[in-house]
Design a protein. Structure first.
Length: 165
């Protein structure tokens, strides 16, 4: 039987491997491209996808995220190598934080807010599955659409893709 830590690590590593396959395909020479005026640029979306494993670490090491005081500076890679190194470090840090977590840690409440406006308060276990893992999959799917629109072969995530990659 697997511990909760082991199960979360296996899932993260599987999804991170799929994410890495997607990130390897990003044409960094099209960094400023976006499919719509309201969309993120390819560079910004790609960096966001790469950083999302790091949200596991943030969740496990804090009790809340307050957008009113959070000093967020988005990382924008300029090369595929930088992007992949950033992703790999985020994953390694996340795995390390999950390895040392106790069941009590997973059950601690975590809050996302903007000042007095609370978006949610959930046990860290639920935050990991929704705000970190599912969020990663969501934006990775968005990135797959960007790649398709740029005529870049899209790798399969849960089996082969239409491109046979």
């Amino acid at each position: 039987m697997f511990s909760l830590n082991q199960a979360l690590i296996m899932e993260l590593q599987y999804e991170a491997g799929s994410t890495r396959k997607m990130l390897e395909k990003v044409p960094m020479d099209k960094a400023d491209w976006k499919p719509h005026e309201k969309s993120m640029t390819l560079a910004r979306l790609t960096a966001h996808v790469a950083e999302l494993s790091g949200w596991v670490t943030m969740t496990m090491n804090t009790s809340e995220l307050d957008f009113a005081t959070f000093d967020y500076k988005p990382y924008i890679p300029t090369t595929t190598e930088e992007l992949l190194a950033f992703h790999d470090k985020s994953v390694a840090d996340a795995v390390a934080s999950l390895e040392k977590a106790s069941m009590e840690d997973f059950m601690q409440m975590w809050t996302m807010r903007r000042g007095e406006q609370v978006f949610f308060t959930l046990p860290k276990m639920a935050v990991l599955r929704t705000w970190a893992y599912n969020h990663m999959v969501h934006h990775r799917g968005q990135l797959s659409v960007y790649l398709r629109l740029l005529d870049v072969p899209v790798p399969g995530m849960y089996g082969p893709s239409a491109d046979g990659v």
